[in-house]
Design a protein around this ligand. Structure first.
Ligand code: SAM
Length: 235
């Protein structure tokens, strides 16, 4: 008998994440260790049995849907932002979001386990992401020191992030209110330079992104330098 041509999958949980929009999410997990979220498990996986033993594990694999990048027509080649968006590669040579079945995978830190809830950090997932499965990271099998990837050999270069005194105060205040490492989150995300590679930022141009319930605004006073201008509640 030939296998069915399509299968149905359904989420085991929905991630509540610090990232309220795709812009400025790091390209891979752990580039922003202060990026945190809570995976809310859906019935029947919200029962204590489903996470029994998971507290013995420091990291998990998340398999998830790029729910804001799903497409009907499959692409064979993609232009990864990592390569500046002007070089195309076979879809299977990349971790691009536009891919068959729209499935993403990330190893993230598991900070706390509660029945129905997993507290995670180092995430690269958007708020509301449907998670299809969770698996424990197995260091002896998953960590391959001899592995080579000549396309993405090292973590992306970072740029310097400075603050206006007001913005720094605002970030500290909102961080305390949210009980989140907001200053670190902003520095780690902006150090990745979220601006599209083709844009030459003029000092007068303002950029912004939503993290948790605040809006962060910055500019580039000179090439290779970001200055955070304000951190204010999202309207
Ligand atoms: N680590 C995963 C992987 O390799 O499958 C994700 C890599 S992908 C290059 C990371 C980007 O996915 C982020 O920068 C963000 O813009 C995007 N992203 C994260 N969650 C998403 C979602 N639910 N829908 C669409 N795009 C998402």
């Amino acid at each position: 008998m030939s296998p069915p041509m399509s299968y149905q999958v359904s989420p085991v949980g929905i991630l509540r994440s610090c990232f309220r929009e795709k812009f400025a999410i790091p390209r891979q997990p752990h580039l922003a260790p202060a990026a945190r979220g809570v995976l809310e498990l859906l019935p029947p996986f919200d029962q204590p049995e489903a996470v029994d033993g998971l507290e013995q594990v420091s990291h998990v694999w998340l398999l998830f849907l790029f729910h804001q990048a799903l497409e009907d027509t499959p692409r064979l080649k993609v232009r990864p932002p990592r390569l500046g968006g002007n070089r195309s590669l076979g879809v299977f040579a990349t971790r691009a979001t536009h891919r068959p079945n729209g499935i993403g995978q990330s190893v993230v830190r598991l900070d706390k386990v509660e029945p129905g809830r997993l507290w995670l950090s180092g995430i690269d997932l958007l708020d509301g992401t449907p998670v299809l499965d969770i698996k424990p990271y197995v260091p002896y099998a998953d960590s391959r020191p001899e592995a080579v990837n000549a396309i993405a050999a090292d973590a992306p270069a970072t740029i310097e992030v400075r603050w206006t005194p007001e913005a720094r105060q605002q970030a500290e205040w909102h961080g305390q209110r949210l009980a989140e490492p907001l200053v670190a989150l902003i520095e780690q995300c902006l150090a990745q330079d979220p601006r599209p590679a083709y844009q030459q930022p003029q000092p007068e141009r303002r950029y912004g992104v939503g993290l948790w319930d605040v809006q962060v605004r910055w500019h580039y006073p000179q090439p290779g330098l970001i200055r955070v201008l304000e951190v204010v509640p999202t309207a």
